[in-house]
Design a protein around this ligand. Structure first.
Ligand SMILES: NC(=O)c1ccc[n+]([C@@H]2O[C@H](COP(=O)([O-])OP(=O)(O)OC[C@H]3O[C@@H](n4cnc5c(N)ncnc54)[C@H](OP(=O)(O)O)[C@@H]3O)[C@@H](O)[C@H]2O)c1
Length: 277
C-alpha cells in the first residue's frame, strides 16, 4: 500500500486519484507530521510499502513570519517520516521545490546543483530534503509552479480575477515551468514503479514567466484580458523568489522513460477537464 501524507492538499488529491485503491491517505486530523508519536502510530498501524509526503506548510509568504512552524512542518516533520518509514522498511518519497535554489544560475538547474534558498520556505524545504537521509531508501522530487483541480492556485486565481477586471498586472521577471499536479503525480508514480532513489526534478516541459502563463490561460480560455508586466520588486512580496528556477528533468526521463508534456498542452487539458467553481 502507498500512504499519501497530506492527501487533502492539491497534490495529495491528485496522487490519491492516480493510485486509486492502491493508496491510503492521511492528513491533519489523522496525522500531525510535527509529532513523532503521531507519525509512529499511523505508520506502524498502516505499514505502507511507500510513504509519499505531500504534506507541507506551503504559504511561501506566511513562512517568513512563521519560521518556527515552517521548520517544524517542512523540516522536522520530514525527519519523523524518514525515521519511522525506515523502521518499517518503507520507501519515503519527499516532494520538494525549486525554491531551494537562488535562481542565479542562468540555465536549468540539475539535481546536484548547490542549493541556496532565498526564503524561509526554501530553507525549511531544504531542511526537509536533508532530513530524508534518515531513511536511505528515499526519493526527493523537486517541482515548481503547481496547479491542480483540487486547490487554490494561479490558474484559478487568474480566472477569478478575469471575471472582475479587463486588465491585470502580472510579474514578468520570474521564469519557470508551470506544472500540472496530474503530470507530477505521473512522474512520482514512474519513479516509484522503477524503484528510483535519490533526487529528481519533475516539471512540465518549456518555460515562461507568470505573465506569459497568465496570457496563455486567457488565450486558451477565450477570455479578453490585457496582461500588463510588472517586476518582482514592484510586487514587493515578503518572501524573495528565485528569478530563474527552471528545473532540468533529463534524469527523470532517462531513468523512467517518462517525460512530462509541454506546459501549454498540460494547461489546455487542465482547462478542458476543469469544473468551474
Ligand atoms: N504549490 C506549489 O506551487 C508547489 C511548488 C513546488 C513544490 N511544492 C511542494 O509540493 C507539495 C504539495 O504542495 P501542495 O500545493 O499540494 O500543498 P497543499 O495544497 O498546501 O497541501 C498540503 C497539505 O498538507 C497538510 N498539512 C499541513 N501541515 C501538516 C501537518 N503538520 N501534518 C499533516 N499534514 C499537514 C495541509 O493541511 P492544512 O491545509 O489543513 O494545513 C494540506 O492538506 C509540498 O511539499 C510543496 O512544498 C508545491
Amino acid at each position: 500500500m502507498i500512504l499519501v501524507v497530506g492527501n487533502k492538499g492539491m497534490l495529495g488529491q491528485e496522487l490519491m486519484a492516480l493510485f486509486g485503491s492502491a493508496a491510503r491517505g492521511v492528513d491533519v486530523g489523522e496525522i500531525d507530521i510535527t509529532d513523532l508519536v503521531s507519525v509512529q502510530r499511523v505508520l506502524t498501524t498502516l505499514k505502507p510499502r511507500v510513504v509519499v509526503n505531500a504534506a507541507a506548510y506551503t504559504d511561501v509568504d506566511g513562512c517568513e513570519s512563521n519560521s518556527e512552524l515552517a521548520l517544524q512542518v517542512n523540516g522536522e516533520g520530514v525527519a519523523h517520516l524518514a525515521m519511522i518509514s525506515k523502521e518499517i522498511d518503507a520507501k519515503l518519497v519527499q516532494v520538494s521545490t525549486d525554491y531551494v535554489f537562488d535562481g542565479r544560475k542562468g540555465s536549468p538547474y540539475q539535481e546536484d546543483d548547490a542549493p541556496a534558498p532565498l526564503s524561509v520556505y526554501g530553507e525549511s524545504k531544504l531542511a526537509g530534503e536533508m532530513n530524508t537521509c534518515f531513511n536511505p531508501n528515499h526519493l526527493i522530487v523537486r517541482t515548481q509552479w503547481l496547479y491542480g483541480h483540487a486547490g487554490k492556485n494561479f490558474v484559478e486565481t487568474m480566472l477569478k480575477l478575469a471575471a472582475e477586471r479587463d486588465t491585470l498586472t502580472v510579474v514578468d521577471d520570474q521564469i519557470g515551468s508551470p506544472t500540472w499536479t496530474r503530470d507530477l503525480a505521473l512522474a512520482i508514480k514512474a519513479l516509484i514503479d522503477k524503484d528510483c532513489r535519490g533526487t529528481y526534478h519533475a516539471a512540465n516541459a518549456g518555460v515562461t514567466s507568470w505573465n506569459g502563463f497568465a496570457k496563455e490561460i486567457f488565450r486558451l480560455a477565450g477570455l479578453k484580458v490585457e496582461v500588463a508586466p510588472m517586476t518582482t520588486e514592484e510586487l514587493g512580496r515578503p518572501a524573495a523568489r528565485p528569478l530563474y528556477s527552471t528545473l532540468d528533468c533529463g534524469k527523470l526521463s532517462a531513468d523512467t522513460g517518462f517525460s512530462p508534456q509541454p506546459w501549454q498542452d498540460a494547461l489546455q487539458r487542465y482547462l478542458e477537464l476543469r469544473q468551474p467553481n
